[in-house]
Design a protein around this ligand. Structure first.
Ligand SMILES: *[C@@H]1O[C@H](CO)[C@@H](O)[C@H](O)[C@H]1NC(C)=O
Ligand SMILES: *[C@@H]1O[C@H](CO)[C@@H](O)[C@H](O)[C@H]1NC(C)=O
Ligand SMILES: *[C@@H]1O[C@H](CO)[C@@H](O)[C@H](O)[C@H]1NC(C)=O
Ligand SMILES: *[C@@H]1O[C@H](CO)[C@@H](O)[C@H](O)[C@H]1NC(C)=O
Ligand SMILES: *[C@@H]1O[C@H](CO)[C@@H](O)[C@H](O)[C@H]1NC(C)=O
Ligand SMILES: *[C@@H]1O[C@H](CO)[C@@H](O)[C@H](O)[C@H]1NC(C)=O
Ligand SMILES: *[C@@H]1O[C@H](CO)[C@@H](O)[C@H](O)[C@H]1NC(C)=O
Length: 302
């Protein structure tokens, strides 16, 4: 009776163990098999991207997109952008600011600031390198009408944002050039656009400005660069074979005082040890030599 009971118990335990192992394996498999998600024209949303509502564990939470009315949306920088294309090969996204999208040409400033005033992407998740340098429109607000100034010929008036006492202009910047605003003006926002090779865009019409903004821009993503950023480092390209790989830039930080002291202490201790070893060797040989001499002298005496 007793052995019967223990037999049953062990059988139950054993099956439980197998069952648990099975569940574990299943869970792991489940996590690994994340089918790509789809939203409107973007039908290939996969790692590192995830769509809001995807099973947790699919994609990286840092790269979450949402789907609203069949439009894929990325909220960053902070701002709202339609995702027009995802290239896993080039590791780039094509984005269009919702404020400049076709259906929304209500005339407004960019919804966020993708770049800082130096033209560098601010978000730590999108520090990837792009094939070509981007360019941008700077939105400039002035307290007086500068349209007639010769120096402001490349300033395109944004009519709907211009009202008495406040004049808003868009200025195209094809390079990372230093922009010195006119007196009475200041930069209020930046919007990236593709680099243009057509010189006529130096003085674009407002319609041309809007077309460019509506066409969107690229940002490059990189998980490696994100991780470098989180560690307080910048990243550099390790291999230019696509998809690009990056490594964190080695910091050549100056040594702190305690680190310096440690190194000095290490040298001193190391030197002392070396000295002791040399003395030891010397003593050993001197002793050997002496005993030999003593031995030979004693034989001489005899
Ligand atoms: C979707 O993306 C994966 C990489 O994540 C790629 O291997 C696959 O070819 C893509 N499919 C299409 C239809 O673009
Ligand atoms: C989204 O697209 C699918 C098919 O592509 C369609 O059946 C659905 O009605 C669309 N939804 C909206 C809100 O447009
Ligand atoms: C994304 O871009 C690739 C080429 O870069 C193109 O072949 C593809 O059709 C684009 N996809 C969408 C949804 O626009
Ligand atoms: C227009 O822009 C607003 C925010 O400025 C956004 O909430 C809305 O979804 C946009 N609509 C379209 C159709 O893009
Ligand atoms: C600014 O000045 C230009 C030229 O002097 C003029 O054509 C334009 O109407 C003025 N704009 C506003 C908003 O007053
Ligand atoms: C706009 O024109 C002025 C005067 O010609 C020039 O100094 C400035 O660099 C130009 N700005 C850009 C962004 O090209
Ligand atoms: C704009 O300013 C001018 C002078 O400062 C004034 O005469 C005019 O009435 C103002 N217009 C509006 C619409 O406020």
């Amino acid at each position: 009776m007793r052995t019967e009971e223990s037999k049953t118990a062990s059988t139950i335990l054993y099956s439980l163990l197998i069952f648990l192992t099975f569940i574990k394996v299943e869970a792991r498999n489940y996590k690994q098999v994340c089918s790509s998600s789809s939203c409107g024209e973007i039908n290939n949303i996969s790692y590192p991207f995830r769509l809001r509502g995807d099973p947790s564990g699919c994609g990286d939470p840092d790269y979450e997109l949402s789907c609203v009315n069949n439009k894929t949306i990325l909220e960053i920088f902070p701002g709202k952008y339609y995702v027009k294309n995802i290239s896993y090969e080039d590791q780039v996204l094509r984005l269009v600011d919702v404020n400049f999208a076709n259906a929304n040409r209500s005339c407004s400033l960019p919804s966020g600031s993708v770049e800082n005033t130096d033209g560098f992407v601010t978000d730590f998740r999108f520090k990837g390198v792009l094939d070509s340098l981007g360019s941008r429109f700077r939105f400039v607000k002035c307290s007086r009408n500068i349209s007639s100034l010769q120096e402001a010929a490349n300033h395109t008036t944004v009519p709907c944002l211009t009202r008495n006492g406040s004049y808003v202009y868009a200025v195209y910047d094809g390079e990372y050039s230093y922009y010195n605003p006119q007196p009475s003006c200041s930069v209020v926002s930046l919007a990236p656009v593709d680099l243009l090779h057509d010189i006529n865009y130096k003085f674009p019409s407002y319609e041309a400005v809007m077309e460019l903004l509506e066409a969107g821009f690229f940002v490059g993503w990189s998980l490696e660069c994100r991780d470098c950023s989180l560690a307080g480092k910048s990243c550099v390209v390790k291999s230019w074979d696509k998809p690009l790989t990056y490594i964190c830039e080695r910091e050549n930080k100056e040594l702190t005082r305690s680190q310096g002291n440690l190194i000095i202490a290490g040298i001193v201790v190391g030197g002392l040890i070396a000295l002791l070893v040399i003395i030891g060797i010397l003593v050993f040989f001197v002793r050997k030599y002496r005993t030999r001499r003593n031995a030979s002298s004693s034989t001489e005496k005899n």
